[in-house]
Design a protein around this ligand. Structure first.
Ligand SMILES: Nc1ncnc2c1ncn2[C@@H]1O[C@H](COP(=O)(O)OP(=O)(O)OP(=O)(O)O)[C@@H](O)[C@H]1O
Length: 346
Protein backbone atom coordinates (compact mmCIF):
# COMPACT_ATOMS: atom_id res chain seq x y z
CA UNK A 1 0.00 0.00 0.00
CA UNK A 2 1.92 3.05 -1.22
CA UNK A 3 0.67 6.35 0.15
CA UNK A 4 1.74 9.85 -0.74
CA UNK A 5 -0.39 12.28 1.25
CA UNK A 6 0.41 15.98 1.56
CA UNK A 7 -0.69 15.71 5.18
CA UNK A 8 -2.01 12.95 7.43
CA UNK A 9 -5.56 13.90 6.45
CA UNK A 10 -7.32 11.63 4.05
CA UNK A 11 -9.80 8.82 3.98
CA UNK A 12 -10.42 7.50 7.48
CA UNK A 13 -8.05 4.67 8.29
CA UNK A 14 -9.04 1.39 9.82
CA UNK A 15 -10.68 1.78 13.23
CA UNK A 16 -9.51 -0.77 15.73
CA UNK A 17 -12.15 -2.04 18.16
CA UNK A 18 -12.29 -0.03 21.37
CA UNK A 19 -11.91 -1.55 24.81
CA UNK A 20 -15.58 -1.06 25.54
CA UNK A 21 -16.52 -2.96 22.40
CA UNK A 22 -14.73 -6.14 23.33
CA UNK A 23 -16.63 -9.30 22.96
CA UNK A 24 -16.46 -12.43 25.05
CA UNK A 25 -14.47 -15.22 23.46
CA UNK A 26 -16.74 -17.55 21.50
CA UNK A 27 -18.05 -20.29 23.73
CA UNK A 28 -17.09 -18.35 26.86
CA UNK A 29 -13.39 -19.30 26.53
CA UNK A 30 -10.55 -17.98 28.68
CA UNK A 31 -9.93 -14.25 28.96
CA UNK A 32 -6.77 -13.06 27.18
CA UNK A 33 -3.80 -12.62 29.56
CA UNK A 34 -1.83 -9.34 29.61
CA UNK A 35 0.84 -8.78 26.95
CA UNK A 36 3.72 -9.46 29.35
CA UNK A 37 2.59 -13.05 29.87
CA UNK A 38 1.81 -13.87 26.26
CA UNK A 39 5.04 -15.67 25.33
CA UNK A 40 4.26 -18.25 22.65
CA UNK A 41 0.71 -16.95 22.31
CA UNK A 42 1.75 -14.18 19.95
CA UNK A 43 2.10 -16.02 16.66
CA UNK A 44 -0.03 -15.00 13.69
CA UNK A 45 -1.66 -18.00 12.04
CA UNK A 46 -3.11 -17.75 8.57
CA UNK A 47 -4.91 -20.95 7.66
CA UNK A 48 -6.28 -21.70 4.20
CA UNK A 49 -7.30 -18.05 3.98
CA UNK A 50 -9.24 -16.88 0.93
CA UNK A 51 -10.73 -13.47 0.21
CA UNK A 52 -12.76 -12.68 -2.87
CA UNK A 53 -14.01 -9.26 -3.92
CA UNK A 54 -16.72 -10.08 -6.43
CA UNK A 55 -15.02 -12.27 -8.99
CA UNK A 56 -11.54 -11.12 -7.95
CA UNK A 57 -9.64 -13.44 -5.61
CA UNK A 58 -7.28 -11.20 -3.63
CA UNK A 59 -6.10 -13.95 -1.26
CA UNK A 60 -6.08 -17.55 -2.43
CA UNK A 61 -5.93 -20.43 0.07
CA UNK A 62 -3.07 -18.87 1.96
CA UNK A 63 -1.43 -20.72 4.86
CA UNK A 64 1.56 -19.43 6.83
CA UNK A 65 2.63 -18.66 10.38
CA UNK A 66 4.48 -15.59 11.67
CA UNK A 67 6.54 -16.45 14.74
CA UNK A 68 7.75 -14.25 17.61
CA UNK A 69 11.37 -13.21 18.10
CA UNK A 70 12.15 -12.40 14.50
CA UNK A 71 11.28 -9.82 11.87
CA UNK A 72 9.26 -11.34 9.04
CA UNK A 73 9.34 -9.41 5.77
CA UNK A 74 6.07 -9.60 3.83
CA UNK A 75 6.79 -9.26 0.13
CA UNK A 76 4.95 -9.52 -3.16
CA UNK A 77 4.24 -7.51 -6.30
CA UNK A 78 1.55 -4.82 -6.36
CA UNK A 79 -1.86 -6.42 -5.88
CA UNK A 80 -0.39 -9.68 -4.49
CA UNK A 81 -2.68 -9.53 -1.45
CA UNK A 82 -0.39 -8.31 1.35
CA UNK A 83 -2.62 -5.49 2.61
CA UNK A 84 -5.72 -7.64 2.28
CA UNK A 85 -4.06 -10.34 4.39
CA UNK A 86 -3.11 -7.79 7.04
CA UNK A 87 -6.65 -6.43 7.07
CA UNK A 88 -8.02 -9.95 7.51
CA UNK A 89 -5.62 -10.59 10.42
CA UNK A 90 -6.86 -7.35 12.01
CA UNK A 91 -10.53 -8.27 11.55
CA UNK A 92 -11.06 -5.26 9.28
CA UNK A 93 -12.48 -7.50 6.59
CA UNK A 94 -14.15 -10.90 6.63
CA UNK A 95 -12.53 -13.86 4.91
CA UNK A 96 -14.47 -15.67 2.22
CA UNK A 97 -13.11 -18.87 3.80
CA UNK A 98 -10.29 -19.94 6.08
CA UNK A 99 -9.04 -18.10 9.14
CA UNK A 100 -6.48 -15.61 10.40
CA UNK A 101 -5.75 -15.60 14.13
CA UNK A 102 -3.40 -14.00 16.63
CA UNK A 103 -2.35 -16.30 19.46
CA UNK A 104 -5.06 -18.68 18.33
CA UNK A 105 -7.87 -16.12 18.53
CA UNK A 106 -9.62 -14.02 15.92
CA UNK A 107 -8.65 -10.35 16.37
CA UNK A 108 -12.26 -9.30 16.90
CA UNK A 109 -12.54 -11.60 19.93
CA UNK A 110 -9.43 -10.24 21.67
CA UNK A 111 -9.82 -8.46 24.95
CA UNK A 112 -7.64 -5.31 25.15
CA UNK A 113 -6.78 -5.63 21.43
CA UNK A 114 -4.37 -2.68 21.37
CA UNK A 115 -2.32 -4.43 24.05
CA UNK A 116 -2.13 -7.53 21.90
CA UNK A 117 -1.70 -6.22 18.36
CA UNK A 118 -0.34 -2.90 17.08
CA UNK A 119 -0.74 -2.04 13.42
CA UNK A 120 0.20 0.62 10.91
CA UNK A 121 -1.87 0.21 7.75
CA UNK A 122 -2.47 3.76 6.62
CA UNK A 123 -0.40 6.71 7.81
CA UNK A 124 -3.23 9.07 6.80
CA UNK A 125 -5.56 7.68 9.46
CA UNK A 126 -4.83 10.51 11.93
CA UNK A 127 -7.16 13.51 11.96
CA UNK A 128 -5.33 16.52 10.48
CA UNK A 129 -6.81 19.14 12.81
CA UNK A 130 -5.59 17.40 15.96
CA UNK A 131 -2.06 17.52 17.29
CA UNK A 132 -0.08 14.30 17.13
CA UNK A 133 -0.23 14.12 20.92
CA UNK A 134 -4.01 14.60 21.01
CA UNK A 135 -4.47 11.95 18.34
CA UNK A 136 -2.61 9.46 20.53
CA UNK A 137 -4.36 10.63 23.71
CA UNK A 138 -7.78 9.97 22.17
CA UNK A 139 -6.64 6.53 21.10
CA UNK A 140 -5.11 5.86 24.52
CA UNK A 141 -8.23 7.01 26.39
CA UNK A 142 -10.47 4.72 24.35
CA UNK A 143 -8.23 1.78 25.28
CA UNK A 144 -7.64 2.76 28.93
CA UNK A 145 -3.97 3.45 28.32
CA UNK A 146 -2.38 6.10 30.61
CA UNK A 147 -1.28 9.46 29.11
CA UNK A 148 2.32 8.90 30.20
CA UNK A 149 2.51 6.10 27.66
CA UNK A 150 1.54 8.64 24.96
CA UNK A 151 4.55 10.77 25.85
CA UNK A 152 6.70 7.64 25.91
CA UNK A 153 5.83 6.58 22.36
CA UNK A 154 6.13 10.17 21.09
CA UNK A 155 9.72 10.26 22.38
CA UNK A 156 10.40 6.76 21.09
CA UNK A 157 9.31 7.70 17.58
CA UNK A 158 11.19 11.00 17.55
CA UNK A 159 8.03 13.16 17.53
CA UNK A 160 8.53 14.80 20.92
CA UNK A 161 9.42 18.21 19.43
CA UNK A 162 6.35 18.31 17.14
CA UNK A 163 3.91 16.52 19.43
CA UNK A 164 1.75 19.65 19.86
CA UNK A 165 1.72 20.60 16.18
CA UNK A 166 -1.35 19.83 14.08
CA UNK A 167 -1.07 16.57 12.21
CA UNK A 168 -1.89 18.33 8.91
CA UNK A 169 1.48 20.09 9.15
CA UNK A 170 3.33 16.75 9.35
CA UNK A 171 5.43 15.40 6.49
CA UNK A 172 4.75 11.89 5.21
CA UNK A 173 7.68 10.61 7.28
CA UNK A 174 6.25 12.25 10.42
CA UNK A 175 2.84 10.68 9.66
CA UNK A 176 4.55 7.31 9.40
CA UNK A 177 6.21 7.88 12.76
CA UNK A 178 2.85 8.87 14.27
CA UNK A 179 1.27 5.71 12.86
CA UNK A 180 4.08 3.65 14.36
CA UNK A 181 3.65 5.47 17.69
CA UNK A 182 -0.05 4.49 17.63
CA UNK A 183 0.88 0.89 16.86
CA UNK A 184 3.24 0.78 19.87
CA UNK A 185 0.85 2.55 22.26
CA UNK A 186 -0.48 -0.61 23.91
CA UNK A 187 2.98 -2.23 24.16
CA UNK A 188 1.67 -5.09 22.00
CA UNK A 189 3.23 -8.52 21.55
CA UNK A 190 2.37 -8.49 17.85
CA UNK A 191 3.22 -5.66 15.45
CA UNK A 192 2.04 -5.40 11.83
CA UNK A 193 3.44 -2.58 9.74
CA UNK A 194 2.46 -1.95 6.11
CA UNK A 195 5.39 -0.20 4.41
CA UNK A 196 6.66 1.65 7.49
CA UNK A 197 9.73 3.03 5.67
CA UNK A 198 7.53 4.91 3.18
CA UNK A 199 8.47 8.61 3.32
CA UNK A 200 11.17 8.23 5.97
CA UNK A 201 14.43 10.12 5.50
CA UNK A 202 17.80 8.30 5.79
CA UNK A 203 17.90 8.91 9.53
CA UNK A 204 14.34 7.56 9.79
CA UNK A 205 15.28 4.46 7.79
CA UNK A 206 18.14 3.73 10.20
CA UNK A 207 15.77 4.34 13.12
CA UNK A 208 13.11 1.93 11.86
CA UNK A 209 15.70 -0.78 11.30
CA UNK A 210 16.81 -0.50 14.92
CA UNK A 211 13.20 -0.37 16.13
CA UNK A 212 12.21 -3.54 14.26
CA UNK A 213 15.29 -5.35 15.54
CA UNK A 214 14.54 -4.31 19.12
CA UNK A 215 10.88 -5.35 18.89
CA UNK A 216 11.93 -8.79 17.63
CA UNK A 217 14.70 -9.12 20.21
CA UNK A 218 12.14 -8.41 22.92
CA UNK A 219 10.29 -11.51 21.71
CA UNK A 220 7.53 -9.79 19.78
CA UNK A 221 6.03 -11.00 16.53
CA UNK A 222 6.86 -8.49 13.80
CA UNK A 223 5.37 -8.61 10.30
CA UNK A 224 6.50 -5.85 7.93
CA UNK A 225 5.47 -5.38 4.30
CA UNK A 226 7.77 -3.43 2.02
CA UNK A 227 8.61 -2.77 -1.60
CA UNK A 228 12.16 -1.79 -0.68
CA UNK A 229 14.28 -4.89 -1.22
CA UNK A 230 17.55 -3.44 0.06
CA UNK A 231 15.78 -2.32 3.22
CA UNK A 232 14.01 -5.62 3.75
CA UNK A 233 17.33 -7.43 3.28
CA UNK A 234 18.72 -5.41 6.18
CA UNK A 235 15.90 -5.81 8.70
CA UNK A 236 14.17 -9.14 7.96
CA UNK A 237 15.21 -12.52 9.33
CA UNK A 238 12.44 -14.42 7.59
CA UNK A 239 10.33 -13.86 4.47
CA UNK A 240 6.78 -14.58 3.46
CA UNK A 241 6.31 -13.87 -0.26
CA UNK A 242 2.95 -13.68 -2.02
CA UNK A 243 2.07 -13.69 -5.71
CA UNK A 244 -1.51 -13.27 -6.95
CA UNK A 245 -2.82 -14.03 -3.48
CA UNK A 246 -0.89 -17.29 -3.16
CA UNK A 247 2.08 -18.23 -1.01
CA UNK A 248 5.28 -18.27 -3.08
CA UNK A 249 7.80 -18.61 -0.25
CA UNK A 250 7.94 -18.89 3.55
CA UNK A 251 11.62 -19.19 4.37
CA UNK A 252 14.60 -17.70 6.21
CA UNK A 253 16.09 -14.74 4.34
CA UNK A 254 19.49 -16.32 3.64
CA UNK A 255 17.97 -19.56 2.36
CA UNK A 256 15.66 -17.58 0.11
CA UNK A 257 18.60 -15.83 -1.56
CA UNK A 258 20.97 -18.81 -1.67
CA UNK A 259 18.34 -21.02 -3.30
CA UNK A 260 17.86 -18.57 -6.17
CA UNK A 261 21.05 -16.64 -6.77
CA UNK A 262 24.30 -18.41 -7.62
CA UNK A 263 27.19 -16.71 -5.83
CA UNK A 264 30.07 -15.39 -7.89
CA UNK A 265 33.39 -13.60 -7.46
CA UNK A 266 34.13 -10.19 -8.91
CA UNK A 267 37.69 -9.37 -9.98
CA UNK A 268 39.54 -6.50 -11.61
CA UNK A 269 43.08 -6.95 -12.85
CA UNK A 270 45.65 -5.06 -14.91
CA UNK A 271 46.58 -8.31 -16.72
CA UNK A 272 43.45 -9.85 -18.22
CA UNK A 273 45.34 -12.51 -20.18
CA UNK A 274 47.10 -13.81 -17.06
CA UNK A 275 43.81 -13.84 -15.14
CA UNK A 276 42.00 -15.77 -17.85
CA UNK A 277 44.82 -18.32 -18.12
CA UNK A 278 45.05 -18.86 -14.34
CA UNK A 279 41.29 -19.30 -13.98
CA UNK A 280 40.95 -21.56 -17.03
CA UNK A 281 43.71 -23.80 -15.67
CA UNK A 282 41.46 -24.47 -12.64
CA UNK A 283 38.33 -25.08 -14.71
CA UNK A 284 36.73 -21.65 -14.21
CA UNK A 285 34.96 -19.84 -17.01
CA UNK A 286 35.15 -16.12 -16.17
CA UNK A 287 32.94 -13.50 -17.82
CA UNK A 288 34.34 -10.14 -18.88
CA UNK A 289 32.17 -7.04 -18.45
CA UNK A 290 32.24 -3.81 -20.50
CA UNK A 291 33.69 -1.77 -17.60
CA UNK A 292 36.67 -4.14 -17.45
CA UNK A 293 35.77 -6.23 -14.41
CA UNK A 294 35.40 -10.01 -14.49
CA UNK A 295 33.04 -12.37 -12.69
CA UNK A 296 33.66 -16.01 -11.90
CA UNK A 297 30.26 -17.74 -11.58
CA UNK A 298 29.75 -20.35 -8.87
CA UNK A 299 33.14 -19.67 -7.25
CA UNK A 300 34.19 -18.83 -3.67
CA UNK A 301 36.24 -15.73 -3.06
CA UNK A 302 38.79 -17.58 -0.88
CA UNK A 303 39.52 -20.14 -3.60
CA UNK A 304 39.83 -17.54 -6.36
CA UNK A 305 42.01 -15.31 -4.17
CA UNK A 306 44.41 -18.15 -3.50
CA UNK A 307 44.75 -19.31 -7.08
CA UNK A 308 45.24 -15.87 -8.67
CA UNK A 309 47.74 -14.98 -5.99
CA UNK A 310 49.69 -18.22 -6.57
CA UNK A 311 49.70 -17.44 -10.31
CA UNK A 312 51.07 -13.94 -9.68
CA UNK A 313 48.10 -12.20 -11.33
CA UNK A 314 48.00 -8.49 -10.34
CA UNK A 315 44.67 -7.89 -8.54
CA UNK A 316 43.00 -4.46 -8.30
CA UNK A 317 39.75 -5.73 -6.75
CA UNK A 318 38.50 -9.07 -5.43
CA UNK A 319 35.04 -9.35 -3.85
CA UNK A 320 32.40 -11.97 -3.13
CA UNK A 321 29.09 -11.33 -4.87
CA UNK A 322 26.68 -13.36 -2.76
CA UNK A 323 23.52 -12.32 -4.51
CA UNK A 324 20.95 -9.87 -3.25
CA UNK A 325 17.41 -10.21 -2.03
CA UNK A 326 16.35 -8.12 -5.01
CA UNK A 327 17.89 -10.60 -7.47
CA UNK A 328 16.25 -13.54 -5.69
CA UNK A 329 12.90 -11.79 -5.38
CA UNK A 330 12.82 -10.77 -9.05
CA UNK A 331 13.73 -14.31 -10.05
CA UNK A 332 10.82 -15.69 -8.00
CA UNK A 333 8.18 -13.14 -8.90
CA UNK A 334 9.03 -12.56 -12.58
CA UNK A 335 6.12 -14.72 -13.69
CA UNK A 336 3.80 -13.42 -10.98
CA UNK A 337 3.96 -9.68 -11.49
CA UNK A 338 0.44 -8.62 -12.26
CA UNK A 339 1.43 -5.30 -13.74
CA UNK A 340 4.54 -6.44 -15.60
CA UNK A 341 4.95 -4.78 -19.00
CA UNK A 342 3.19 -6.76 -21.70
CA UNK A 343 5.36 -7.85 -24.66
CA UNK A 344 5.19 -5.23 -27.40
CA UNK A 345 3.45 -6.35 -30.56
CA UNK A 346 5.53 -6.12 -33.71
N1 LIG B 1 -11.90 -3.42 -1.10
C1 LIG B 1 -11.55 -4.01 -2.24
N2 LIG B 1 -12.45 -4.19 -3.23
C2 LIG B 1 -12.11 -4.80 -4.38
N3 LIG B 1 -10.86 -5.26 -4.65
C3 LIG B 1 -9.93 -5.11 -3.71
C4 LIG B 1 -10.21 -4.49 -2.45
N4 LIG B 1 -9.08 -4.48 -1.72
C5 LIG B 1 -8.13 -5.08 -2.48
N5 LIG B 1 -8.64 -5.45 -3.66
C6 LIG B 1 -7.92 -6.15 -4.74
O1 LIG B 1 -7.28 -7.26 -4.16
C7 LIG B 1 -6.00 -7.46 -4.73
C8 LIG B 1 -4.95 -7.45 -3.63
O2 LIG B 1 -4.81 -6.11 -3.17
P1 LIG B 1 -3.85 -5.73 -1.95
O3 LIG B 1 -4.02 -4.27 -1.70
O4 LIG B 1 -4.10 -6.66 -0.83
O5 LIG B 1 -2.42 -6.05 -2.56
P2 LIG B 1 -0.99 -5.61 -2.01
O6 LIG B 1 -0.12 -6.82 -2.14
O7 LIG B 1 -1.11 -4.99 -0.67
O8 LIG B 1 -0.57 -4.54 -3.10
P3 LIG B 1 0.38 -3.24 -2.98
O9 LIG B 1 1.77 -3.78 -2.85
O10 LIG B 1 0.16 -2.54 -4.27
O11 LIG B 1 -0.07 -2.47 -1.80
C9 LIG B 1 -5.82 -6.36 -5.76
O12 LIG B 1 -6.17 -6.90 -7.02
C10 LIG B 1 -6.80 -5.31 -5.33
O13 LIG B 1 -7.26 -4.56 -6.43
Amino acid sequence: MRIIPSSCQGPAGPRLPRAGERESPPGGGPVTPPAATLGHMTSIDVQDLTKEYGTRRAVDHLTFRVLPGRVTGFLGPNGAGKSTTMRLVLGLDHPTSGSATVGGRAYTTLTRPLHRVGALLDARAAHGSRSGRDHLRVLAASHRIPDRRVDGVLEETGLGAVARDRVRTYSLGMCQRLGIAAALLGDPGVVLLDEPSNGLDPEGIVWIRALLRRLADEGRTVLVSSHLMNETAVFADHLVVLGRGRLLADTPMREFIDARVRPSVRIRTSDAAALRTALARHGHDPEEHPDGHWTVPGARVDDIGRLVSAAGVPILELTADEGTLEQAYLDLTAAETEFAAQPQEA
